[in-house]
Ligand binder design. Structure first.
Ligand code: FES
Length: 71
């Protein structure tokens, strides 16, 4: 059962997504922009053959906050 959650919001004119995961969990972040569950991969990348797959994040410390669109 996934324990991660994410929140998308606007900050300083940019859309940001914060993903919270727990120790021992792995999540897959979409890199193809086709996921209906963006920023998480839903497997939609398999429908096209462009060589892009997810960024798989394995968490081995207590908590991480990933900030998409930094900078
Ligand atoms: S759906 Fe985009 S990488 Fe999987």
């Amino acid at each position: 059962m996934p324990q991660h959650h994410y929140e998308t919001f606007e900050k300083n004119g940019h859309i940001r997504t914060h993903v919270t995961v727990v120790q021992g969990e792995a999540i897959s972040l979409c890199r193809c922009w086709r996921s209906d569950n963006f920023p998480l991969c839903d497997g939609s990348h398999k429908k096209v053959d462009d060589g892009k797959g997810p960024a798989v994040i394995h968490v081995d410390c207590e908590k991480h906050f990933l900030d998409q669109d930094e900078g």
